[in-house]
Ligand binder design. Sequence first.
Ligand code: SF4
Ligand code: SF4
Length: 328
Amino acid sequence: MARTNPYRPFTPDPEQLALVPPVSGNDVNGLGETEKRRPTMVYWAPDPSSIPHGDLQRYFGGRASQNPAFLEKRAIRQKINDAPLPPVADAPVQRSPDDWTAALDGFVTRGDCEKLGVADMRPDWVFQDHEIEQSKVIVIGVQHEYDAIKAAPESRAGLEVISQYTRAAAASKKIAGWLHEQGWQAEAVTGPMTGALAMIPPALACGFGELGKHGSIINPELGASFRLSAVLTDAPFAPTPSQDHGIDGFCQNCRICEDACPPEALFQVKQTVRGDTKWYVDFDKCLPFFNETQGCAICIAVCPWSRPGIGPNLAAKLARKRERDAIG
Ligand code: SF4
Ligand code: SF4
């Protein structure tokens, strides 16, 4: 039997409810649409005035500003984002595509990030009314400290999220700066305001894992508990392959995040979104709780894949099951 959820029923702050726009965020996201189309920016807009939910984005910022620890961490992140990159060297270094991609490993071994992948850029990863000219996207993953994220939805978890966005931003700027020194143009894309790039699809394409029922990527080593940043470039990196560990099927038989989500924003089954069938978070239900807790993160904290040491064992079990099923 599911445990009683200590955060239900959730009643949003009336001040926040007064800011809800007439348009549904699920409609902006294309929930129920059967035709494929590029995503529309629904949140984390660089200019909140450009999106219907901009007042709610400002409300999030206003709530977080009441906590000096959030302000301090945000200032650190901003300083990293504002730091200039070194100039692009005159003579571009030449390497084979595989050597370019292998050269990224050093950023993981030196502890700048926990995971890296490269994807060939696709137009359907670019928000409507935006353009990306570069042909490659390097995706960067940084893992949360589990002890901090498991405190969700307390502010300790929200602070950890900002810390890891900051680390992800630093890694992105460092890789972009390295590419400039190698003679190649590069643009750092940092979260949560990723500008033109929808970050999850390229991460899925380049081996970060599979989309979980909670709408976040699950990776056997990192669980669901990590943040992303990216670098856009034309340097000729070889793409890294996608991963399939059977996590998608695992989610069909698990409902831990569904039961834990205070506003009941998670669906039991996949939804049709812009022509794809996939796990989807009800934006309109999630957002008020997310905003009032400065990032919530309950669903990624309770996901069994996020517990240290669990993911690789689960992936090995799923692989053995698949082998048995294949034999019959
Ligand atoms: S982040 Fe959203 S979907 Fe996840 S538990 Fe919180 S309210 Fe639910
Ligand atoms: S908690 Fe369970 S259902 Fe939810 S994403 Fe994790 S594995 Fe999937």
